[in-house]
Design a protein around this ligand. Structure first.
Ligand SMILES: Nc1ncnc2c1ncn2[C@@H]1O[C@H](COP(=O)(O)OP(=O)(O)OP(=O)(O)O)[C@@H](O)[C@H]1O
Ligand SMILES: [Mg+2]
Length: 457
């Protein structure tokens, strides 16, 4: 506190004068009020401590005390009382007064009391500020989970954040937190005050993506009617996040590699090299090694990116984190929707832990959001999450064998086909829907000679 501000409230001018005299001499800023109304008005601008007369011409001190505490619980109030009102003073302490002093009081004692109170306030505010800073949108604490997988990811992110330049490759299925991890790295690095720029490589045709990344000169191509700075220039000193890097065209991959190796690039339509200091974070949900083998991804770029790979684990491999994530999103949506959901039933939690989460944390977040919107009571039940089972068989339920029997092979084939269709032939996610791993689903795709229908994504 620069110079703490103390509000002295008393209707007796002499008392105000003596307190002001003494406290000003101690180096505090003092403002005075002689009624309850003016005390409230003057505390409006923010004070650090209040010395408050118990009896005021237009009301009692307690109501003033309550109002001040409501506005800022960290502000302490010392009540000034005459002997006759000691009982009420005790009552006042129950209402949150920090202390009381009997009139006539000893100014040395008051000075000491004031000093102690202000110290308490300072500490309380410090703790509060610290907590708020930890709850920052992209602090490491934002990455929820206590499984060993998440702890090692966090440790890696922490290392990477503090190493200023290294290129990072985030891999993981959809919804595992690649976006979040990229932001956490940036906002906890020395680059945090500079720009975080973000582009999805699959969203633009190659030529456009190139000019987005590197910028262009006026007249570089039809429609380029003025010079434009690219992402790498804008983010100088900061971070560029290249999402879905696996989808980048091979031609542009070469230019990106050159930039990563030499830190320089040319705007489209220019021959001049521009040098910037940018950290590149790339992300993909593809298996880049496979892409390299299929000649869709440059091997040299892969090795350049893969210096620091951070694989984000799928949620089904860390069921122990499910309760923590559920709690995290319940808190978040309680605030957002002004609800008071306390938790989920044991049944529902067991169901959530068993569920394979093909959409990972994004799917869990959506499931909690939906359940909270639907919930009637204060606790979320398995019914509130019924959309997850998708009307399908719940694990543990007994499936009745039809009286006439069935063809198990055909049933299996049908399930595999449905899983593939539902996930647009994303084998990893389809496998997750069936509780299989990728090899197991591939085996079945071969066995049943399944093929993606034409026109399917
Ligand atoms: N460990 C985590 N703790 C809390 N929330 C998380 C965590 N990981 C991801 N999330 C949240 O899950 C959602 C999906 O994460 P994000 O968008 O980062 O996934 P992604 O891997 O980039 O997915 P995609 O490949 O589809 O782009 C976001 O709302 C994100 O905040
Ligand atoms: Mg993403």
């Amino acid at each position: 506190m620069a110079s703490p501000t103390i509000l002295v409230v008393d209707d007796e001018q002499l008392i105000r004068w003596s307190l002001t005299e003494r406290l000003t001499a101690e180096g505090y800023r003092v403002i005075e009020a002689d009624t309850a109304a003016s005390a409230l008005a003057k505390s409006e601008d923010g004070v650090d401590l209040v010395l408050l007369d118990y009896r005021l011409p237009d009301g009692d001190g307690i109501s003033v005390l309550k109002r001040i505490k409501e506005r800022d619980p960290d502000v302490l109030v010392i009540l000034l009382t005459a002997y006759s009102t000691v009982d009420s003073a005790v009552e006042a302490m129950k209402h949150g007064a920090y202390h009381y002093a009997n009139k006539p009081f000893n100014l040395d004692e008051i000075a000491l009391l004031v000093e102690k109170a202000l110290e308490t306030t300072r500490l309380r505010r410090e703790v509060r500020a610290l907590r708020a800073s930890q709850a920052q949108p992209y602090s490491f604490d934002r990455i929820v989970g206590n499984s060993s997988a998440v702890r090692s990811v966090k440790a890696l992110l922490q290392k990477v954040a503090s190493s200023p330049a290294s290129t990072v490759l985030l891999t993981g299925e959809s919804g595992t937190g690649k976006d979040l991890a990229a932001k956490v790295i940036h906002y906890n690095s020395g680059r945090s005050s500079k720009a975080f720029m973000n582009i999805t490589c699959s969203a633009l045709p190659e030529a456009l993506l190139e000019s987005e990344l590197f910028g262009h000169e006026r007249g570089a191509f039809t429609g380029a009617d003025r010079q434009k700075r690219g992402l790498f220039e804008t983010a100088d000193g900061g971070t560029v996040f290249l999402d879905e890097i696996g989808e980048m065209q091979v031609g542009l991959q070469a230019k990106l590699l050159r930039f990563l190796e030499e830190k320089t690039f040319k705007r489209v339509g220019s021959t001049a090299d521009i040098r910037v200091d940018v950290r590149v974070i790339a992300a993909t949900n593809r298996n880049l090694q496979e892409e390299v083998r299929a000649n869709r991804f440059r091997e040299d770029l892969f090795y350049r990116l893969n210096v620091l790979p951070i694989p984000l684990p799928p949620l089904r491999e860390r069921a122990d984190d499910v309760p923590l994530l559920v709690e995290f999103y319940i808190d978040a949506y309680n605030t957002e929707f002004k609800k008071r959901i306390r938790g989920v039933t044991a049944d529902a939690m067991a169901q959530l832990r068993r569920y394979p989460w093909p959409g990972n944390i994004r799917e869990l977040r959506n499931a909690v959001e939906r359940a909270m919107l639907l919930a009637e009571g204060e606790t979320l039940t398995a019914d509130d999450f019924s959309s997850l089972a998708g009307g399908s068989v719940k694990l543990g339920d007994r499936v009745e064998l039809p009286a006439g029997g069935l063809d198990l092979e055909q049933l299996e084939r049908s399930m595999v086909v449905q899983a593939l269709e539902r996930t647009a032939w994303n084998q990893t996610r389809a496998a997750a829907l069936l509780g299989l791993n990728r090899d197991q689903i591939r085996y079945r795709i071969e066995k049943f000679k399944l093929e993606k229908a034409a026109g399917q994504a």
